[in-house]
Ligand binder design. Sequence first.
Ligand code: ATP
Ligand code: MG
Length: 381
Amino acid sequence: MRKLILIKYASEIFLKGLNKNKFEKKLQDNIKSALSDIDYEFVKDQGRWFLYSNKVEEIIERVKKVFGISEICLVTEVEADLDKIKEQALIEMKESNVRTFKVETKRANKSFDMKSMEISRDVGAYILKNIEGITVDVKNPQCVINVEIRGKAYIYSKKVKAVGGMPYKTNGKTLLMLSGGIDSPVAGYMMARRGVELNCVYYHSHPYTSERAKDKVKDLAKILKGYIGTIDLYIVPFTDIQMEIINKCREDELTIIMRRFMMRVACQIAGNKEIHSVATGESIGQVASQTMEGLVVSDDVSDRPVFRPLISMDKEDIMDIARKIGTYETSILPYEDCCTIFVPKHPKTKPRLDSIRKSESVLEIDKLVQEAIDNTELIKL
Ligand code: ATP
Ligand code: MG
């Protein structure tokens, strides 16, 4: 009797036609990296993925965070012998501690001399005989005992819901503007979950923002890294740009002009590193700069798609995801970021593109952007 896990991947991967193999291969590689320090054996059997190990619990904890996996089942392998199957099915049912069940059998090995229906009926009858007060419910059972017969027999009822999404690095690259707040780590998680390779950029306003604020962003990037393996984090010195804006532009336009500089720098880094797109944690209407007009004015200086996966989400829902993915507790630590220090009292909520372009024309835009890029630090996490 051996314990193993059965890995089920997201149904979208089945729809990939000729590309299916490419997605499967990537997913398998990603599982391998997540388990690089654990001993296990990977077996593919007629499209099913099994992992054998004596550390199944640890493996489940890790594999359930690998993007592209929808469900994990804890499976017991026994001889393909009806008595052994019945015994194990009974154990599963006792462990589940519920009142209704059904047995579902799949027989991939047609040389086994009973049909699936007969096996289910026999195993079900055995369970009913040995546990008091339980009934079969085929429509809505509390527990489904799965029996699969291949070379051996596999019995399972315990399923762990995994993270879902698409295999990491199958859908292009993005550069996430990662602040220390609640939203942007969630946005990054959502992009990565759809298979998009994540790189991060943080604008640091030393000495107005402390080293601790920078460390907080690093910590957030490390939490995201837990889902995807490695992350490149670009730290851009942003103080000179902000000082120039404060000294030369109107107070109510500070935020929007600053956001245009963030966008320009992000696009330039992305261009240099062949990253297709930029992503932010903005949500429509959340703050003064996240109005439709504000987003239009920011995007005006972008030379590539800007993705905002949180655009239609409420703060409460974003916070729920932050808690679930483990970034919330770090995000709420009280270190200021550059935006909160330079916030105007009455920011423009409906900036006009032509007037913003005119206001910032007093700045040496290209030079400021280039200096920031030249002094950018890359941290490989
Ligand atoms: P968050 O919770 O992600 O900080 P927020 O609601 O505080 O977002 P803003 O401060 O307006 O919103 O920032 C909007 C988006 O701009 C952020 O989600 C993030 O993508 C990006 N951003 C803001 N400040 C920085 C920064 N210092 N470095 C990198 N990106 C930033
Ligand atoms: Mg913020």
